[in-house]
Design a protein around this ligand. Structure first.
Ligand SMILES: NC(=O)c1ccc[n+]([C@@H]2O[C@H](COP(=O)([O-])OP(=O)(O)OC[C@H]3O[C@@H](n4cnc5c(N)ncnc54)[C@H](OP(=O)(O)O)[C@@H]3O)[C@@H](O)[C@H]2O)c1
Length: 324
């Protein structure tokens, strides 16, 4: 079987395909035959050893995938909430081994039944995007019914997931993108209105028309945090999901409206929270509010091209590696 391995930090060319036999799962572990793996910006940071990420070398990248149960380790106290059999269709979040490959080893709590009706690529797009967006909106953001949400960077994986969660929960939502294609996609997924985030005045006009936002999900806090504080309604929250550098803000802007700036990170999601998000996903998939938007699929060997395109092209949904 094949896996992508990074032996040294560097550009996309360090993503190399290797032959790799899967191990036998230990107690509380599952071996999954992966058909698809999700590609995320964090994979590029870990590959290059940047943005504070320096994973131990060598490693197999990837935090999510979808496939079938191949083997089940001996029972253990750490077994997850689901009882699986070989051949069951599942999706994986985190994993022990990495997911850019034809197999992955995971703790039982990292494996979830694939909701009915989703294909492999869609299943591989669930964990990082939908769990992060739900964590930002509900668990950390405390979204109340009817609260107005701006997704600042709505054309990518997390942003589209957030739009769909808002549709599922009935929250009015606005979104930004940096291309016409992206803005069309954001409109199609239920945004009341859209703006191009390359134009700060267009984004500010969106906030004026909306009467201020209760929650802003921010994908580029290093660029937008100061302006976000001007777009909040009283009691509003900016959820810092993505940031690629430093910024300066005027703290006084938080005072008059008693605004919060809240960090969000997926790895703080506990097993009970993950289970609750999975249950919500099942309902959202059944109601058709949740439908992962797959932008492109790449053969495993094209992982370097996928990383280049992820960082260089405007976003329009999720990029997926096909593993089988
Ligand atoms: N905190 C966490 O746990 C967590 C989890 C997942 C992801 N993230 C981070 O969240 C961010 C988004 O992730 P993703 O998976 O959605 O990535 P993605 O699919 O590559 O999408 C990136 C998004 O950022 C938007 N963007 C680009 N320039 C922007 C600007 N000036 N202002 C606002 N948005 C801008 C892009 O819009 P255009 O391409 O249309 O310009 C696109 O919507 C990344 O920084 C990622 O590392 C954090």
């Amino acid at each position: 079987m094949k896996r992508i391995i990074v032996e040294n930090y560097g550009g996309p060319e360090v993503l190399k395909l290797h032959d790799s036999d899967p191990p036998s799962p230990g107690p509380g572990e599952l071996l999954v035959k992966l058909h698809a793996s999700g590609i995320n910006p964090v994979d590029t940071y870990r590959r290059s050893g940047s943005q504070g990420y320096t994973p131990d070398l060598p490693f197999c990248p990837g935090f999510e995938g979808a496939g079938e149960i191949l083997a089940i380790g001996p029972p253990s106290a750490g077994d997850g909430p689901f009882s699986f059999s070989p051949g069951d269709r599942v999706y994986v979040g985190w994993s022990i081994s990495g997911t850019y490959g034809q197999w992955c080893l995971a703790d039982a709590a990292q494996v979830f039944p694939l909701p009915m009706g989703l294909g492999w690529a869609e299943g591989a797009a669930l964990f990082v995007n939908y769990f992060t967006a739900y964590r930002a909106l509900v668990i950390r953001g405390g979204a109340l019914p009817g609260e107005k949400v701006l997704v600042h960077g709505a054309s990518g994986g997390v942003g589209l997931a957030a739009l769909q969660w808002c549709g599922f929960m009935g929250n009015p939502v606005w979104g930004t993108a940096g291309s016409e294609t992206g803005m069309d996609l954001v409109s199609r997924w239920g945004a009341e209105d859209t703006a191009d985030h390359r134009s700060p005045t267009a984004v500010a006009a969106l906030a004026d028309a909306a009467g201020g936002f209760d929650i802003i999900l921010e994908m580029r806090s290093d660029l937008n945090l100061e302006a976000d504080l001007d777009m909040l309604a009283p009691g509003g929250r900016v959820m810092v999901i993505g940031s690629r550098g430093e910024t300066t803000i005027t703290p006084r802007k938080t005072m008059g409206i008693e605004a919060d700036i809240r960090g969000v990170v997926l790895f703080r999601s506990t097993a009970p929270e993950n289970l609750a998000i999975h249950r919500a996903l099942e309902k959202g998939v059944a109601s058709r509010d949740i439908q992962p938007v797959v932008h492109s699929e790449y053969p495993l060997a094209d992982a370097p091209r996928a990383h280049r395109e992820l960082m260089e092209q405007p976003a329009a949904g999720k990029r997926i590696l096909l593993c089988s």
